[in-house]
Design a protein around this ligand. Structure first.
Ligand code: SF4
Length: 279
């Protein structure tokens, strides 16, 4: 059986950077991540073993070391954490920080900010709460529905980093059509789309596809959904869930992993698969 690894898989730059910063910070004292650093049980346990657990605002005490996750927080939340006397390591992904920076600059220039994204996502919440009255929309249809509200206005347009280019361009077209002026910054990060395209390509070459990652991770679930439309797909959290009988009669097995799955979990799956290959 041939094993095919998806070209783009596993942790993205921002999550990898946040984890590196957290592991480097490990040591004596009260060290916490503000919310889970990644949606992956094994990583959260690994951090806990190193003395880094999860906290929330009410539990923060003077002198705590708080690590802000890759999705970031609002300016208000950051101030509240600092006011409690905590020291902060800001592991916000630089691509997420750029969305906030660009949106604030647009606002300062007098544009009302329209954000494309999911209202309840921590990234969008953190940015929206740092702005004055932004409009959050999740599709081109939403943009069409708010035509009256934005007609002849000066609008600044940014996007949640994980949105698709297709939605971004669709909304932009509507804005350009109805607004007096549009200041635009394409803040999409390609990590998600690259992983999805790569997973689909690998699935199309494989008799069976393994998607490795936490079952609560939205981006991992999306990869599993996309692959299962193409070939037989198994979504596993780690090597302990791998079953040799799945591979009977299979000539090719593809592997991909979600953006919150660390390399060592993928490596263990690959190693086990190589053992199965020899049975
Ligand atoms: S998906 Fe992109 S923006 Fe989001 S954390 Fe990863 S690198 Fe940063």
């Amino acid at each position: 059986m041939e094993i095919i690894l998806a070209k783009n898989k596993g942790m993205c730059f921002g999550v990898r950077r946040a984890l590196d910063l957290a592991f480097k910070a490990a040591g004596p004292g009260r060290i916490y991540t503000y919310g889970p650093l990644v949606h992956n049980k094994d990583v959260v346990k690994d951090l806990e073993d190193k003395g880094i657990s999860i906290t929330e605002l009410d539990d923060i005490k003077q002198g705590d070391l708080i690590i802000i996750r890759a999705h970031g927080v609002s300016d208000k939340e950051l101030d509240a954490i600092k006011k409690k006397g905590a020291e902060v390591i800001d592991a916000t992904c630089p691509f997420v920080s750029k969305v906030k920076k660009d949106a604030k600059e647009m606002q300062e220039k007098g544009f009302r900010v329209v954000m494309l994204g999911q209202k309840d996502h921590p990234e969008i919440r953190g940015i929206a709460e740092s702005l004055r009255d932004p409009i959050i929309i999740s599709s081109t249809e939403d943009a069409r529905e708010m035509k009256q509200e934005i007609k002849d206005k000066r609008i600044g347009f940014v996007s949640q980093t994980t949105q698709s280019e297709k939605s971004f361009n669709g909304v932009l077209e509507v804005l350009k059509d109805v607004c007096a002026e549009v200041d635009v910054s394409n803040t999409i990060c390609n990590a998600t789309s690259e992983r999805q395209e790569s997973a689909k390509r690998t699935a199309s070459e494989s008799d069976i596809m393994l998607v490795v990652g936490d079952k609560r991770s939205a981006n991992t679930n999306k990869l599993a959904e996309l692959c299962s439309e193409i070939t037989e797909t198994r979504h596993i959290e780690n090597v302990s869930e791998l079953r040799p009988e799945w591979f009977k009669g299979m000539k090719t097995a593809g592997i991909t992993a979600g953006a919150s799955t660390p390399d060592w979990i993928v490596d263990e799956v690959v190693d086990r698969l190589k053992q199965i290959q020899q049975i």
